[in-house]
Design a protein around this ligand. Structure first.
Ligand SMILES: NC(=O)c1ccc[n+]([C@@H]2O[C@H](COP(=O)([O-])OP(=O)(O)OC[C@H]3O[C@@H](n4cnc5c(N)ncnc54)[C@H](O)[C@@H]3O)[C@@H](O)[C@H]2O)c1
Length: 355
């Protein structure tokens, strides 16, 4: 069996899961980790037994034996330089969303992957959620007929809203709805998005992060299908890092309604009150299994590299998603629908998000 050597850059929440996936996978020979927080580096080192544990990821880039990298570092403005560094060093790359902060950077990364002939994919983990996969199946095999209209409503806790908005000023569409946009656009291929109308609302987040609490976008595709995607990060703490999703999809022959709000397991303790375990977006390790999509997503990338298979999320698809959420943000700003693809005037009026 061909084994590969893998590096993880940034071993926080998601990077910790990536390291855990790699350390227990027989396709991975050596694991190497880079993390600037010494305590976290030490913690993940104890859990995953890497060959190298460093605070400087450039050290890993110099190691010719490393085949592939997971880039899970924040804030999001470092995604582009890190992915660029890795691909220029000839490494395969798994990059957590977002792909980059500007379309110019995104185009450069798409091009780099092609010219350097490396595998490059983006962490749209909901594609590995079995419930989401079931919707994809119902659309692909015609169970609900031809697609007509879809809706996804996703809410996460304000704790996560603070965490995300505290490090970069990206909208709910860019940081949350992005997963659902990716998923529905993938399901509906080869149809292409042609128009977006989006509105956002302020609530408690404005004083804390300066960002909106919620954003809703209607996207029209060139085959007439409409998708409505809502996202918010204002839920009271409840279960830490909770993410709940409700989906409705109508077709000419049926309708699928999907509850992914994780109300099926309720834990009530004197210490913490009511909690909803296994309700985070990436998922979590539970004894001998992983409850959630992120572990399978990591394995898929390892298999793509080790067995020379295609990645599921292509960089071009991720770039398309990016263009749609940028158009949604422009629509909010202008208070009018925005056509896709974006023209040069639209592209030049998009502001680069600040930290
Ligand atoms: N797919 C999903 O379900 C999902 C869920 C949450 C977050 N995300 C994405 O994953 C990314 C990571 O999110 P997170 O919640 O794990 O963030 P996090 O803040 O918990 O972890 C990021 C880590 O990167 C480290 N870091 C920063 N600069 C570094 C550098 N130069 N070298 C090495 N390490 C460095 C930080 O110290 C931190 O520990 C984000 O971009 C986010 O958009 C995806």
């Amino acid at each position: 069996m061909k084994q590969i050597n893998v590096g993880i850059i940034g071993t926080g929440w998601c990077g910790g899961i990536r390291a855990n996936t790699c350390s227990s996978n027989p396709l991975v020979k050596d694991l190497h980790i880079a993390e600037i927080k010494i305590d976290r580096l030490e913690e993940v080192k104890q859990l995953t037994n890497p060959v190298t544990a460093t605070t400087d990821y450039h050290e890993l880039l110099k190691n010719d034996d490393i085949d592939a990298f997971f880039i899970s570092a924040t804030p999001e403005d470092i995604h582009y330089p890190m992915a660029k560094d890795c691909m220029e060093a000839g490494k395969h790359v798994f990059l957590e969303k977002p792909l980059s902060l500007t379309l110019k950077e995104a185009d450069h990364l798409v091009e780099l992957a092609e010219t350097n002939d490396v595998k490059f994919t983006i962490g749209y983990s909901q594609r590995f959620n079995p419930k989401f996969a079931y919707l994809k199946k119902c659309l692909s095999d015609g169970t609900i007929g031809n697609p007509v209209a879809g809706l996804v409503s996703r809410h996460i806790t304000r704790g996560l809203g603070h965490k995300i908005g505290g490090r970069i000023k990206l909208s709910p569409a860019a940081m949350e709805a992005t997963h659902d946009l990716d998923f529905l656009l993938w399901c509906l291929e080869p149809a292409k998005p042609i128009r977006v109308y989006s509105q956002s609302a302020y609530g408690v987040m404005k004083d804390v992060t300066g960002l909106e609490d919620a954003q809703w976008s209607i996207v029209t595709l060139d085959n007439g299908v409409i998708i409505t995607i809502g996202s918010g990060w204002t839920m009271p703490p409840g279960h830490p890092n909770y993410s709940g999703t409700w989906i409705e999809f109508t077709g000419t022959e049926g309708m699928l309604v999907m509850d992914d709000t994780h109300r099926d397991v309720v834990l009530n303790t004197m210490k913490n009150g009511i909690r909803l375990p296994m309700s985070t977006m990436p998922g979590e390790q539970v004894e001998h299994v992983f409850a959630g999509p992120m572990h399978d997503e990591g394995v898929h990338f390892l298999e793509a590299v080790a067995l020379n298979r295609s990645v599921m999320v292509t960089p071009k698809q991720a770039r398309q998603v990016m263009e749609v959420y940028m158009a949604a943000d422009l629509s909010v700003e202008r208070n009018e629908p925005v056509n896709l693809p974006l023209n040069n005037n639209d592209r030049s009026s998009i502001r680069v998000p600040k930290k």
